[in-house]
Design a protein around this ligand. Structure first.
Ligand code: UDP
Length: 238
């Protein structure tokens, strides 16, 4: 495949739910494989790929705390869920002959690598897909913030946020047939209009570092590779 002219290093953020298919919970192997194929395509174009995967298909801290669990404990459970998802995606990518490293914010040496920034950069230079797991390693954060943090640290040119919808709309396209998709939208507009893209701390962190966020659909026909070359539908927050 031809090299991508727009981006040489990107962060891909997907929610845990993007891996569960129609099951409503957990991991759906064919769906995981579909995600892996999209990453493989970028990899074959020579794009250096970082990934952060959420954990919502397995456990969310807020859910746990709503059921009476101590919040920080519940958040650690959420972070562990992201490690499981990262391992599943690693396995799917390596089945496609794509070299990967799972890098955890919480050291668990028998399972994956600990996060050492310079080492992660080296992996990217060697064209290994880096899957950053365990979020930021801190409770009270989300994997959106983790994706933004790691994207800044790795000097990614943009975050690609894969969702169920092909961009950001001025109202919910599922309930309002006249909803209009933004081509581009500013960070401040996302914050003031409370557009559901990423949580506010992630948006602010991206804004302060001028890191564009591209919202696209994981099921778009041209896929992520298409979006990277500017085709298809998406919204850019910048
Ligand atoms: N989490 C956390 N700190 C982080 C990232 C994640 O405590 O830096 C916990 C939090 O409890 C969260 C869970 O991990 O609910 C799963 O992550 P998230 O909800 O962001 O996953 P997604 O919605 O993207 O699937």
């Amino acid at each position: 495949t031809a090299p991508n002219p727009n981006y040489s290093r990107v962060m891909l953020k997907i929610s845990g739910e993007a891996l569960m298919g129609d099951q409503g919970f957990g991991l759906h192997p064919p769906t995981v494989e579909r995600v892996a194929r999209q990453v493989q395509e970028l990899h074959e174009m020579g794009v250096e790929v970082c990934m952060v995967i959420g954990g919502g298909n397995i456990f969310r801290g807020l859910q746990g705390s709503a059921q009476g669990m101590e919040r920080t404990t519940a958040d650690y459970m959420g972070m562990l869920a992201t490690v499981m998802n990262a391992l599943a995606v690693q396995s799917a990518l390596e089945a496609l002959q794509v070299n990967t490293r799972v890098i955890s914010a919480i050291p668990m040496d028998q399972v994956c690598e600990p996060y050492i920034r310079r080492r992660a950069v080296r992996h990217l230079e060697k064209k290994r897909v880096c899957i950053f797991a365990a979020g930021t390693g801190n409770p009270f954060f989300t994997t959106d913030t983790a994706a933004t943090l790691r994207a800044n640290e790795m000097k990614c040119q943009a975050i690609f946020k894969g969702t169920q919808v092909d961009g950001i709309y001025d109202s919910d396209p599922k309930t309002n047939p006249d909803a209009v998709r933004y081509q581009t939208v500013s960070y401040d507009e996302v914050l003031t209009k409370n557009l559901k893209v990423m949580d506010a701390s992630a948006i602010a962190l991206a804004r302060d570092n001028k890191l564009p966020i591209v919202v696209f659909s994981l099921t778009a026909p041209g896929g992520l590779a298409g979006v990277l070359s500017g085709q298809g539908k998406f919204t850019m927050v910048k």
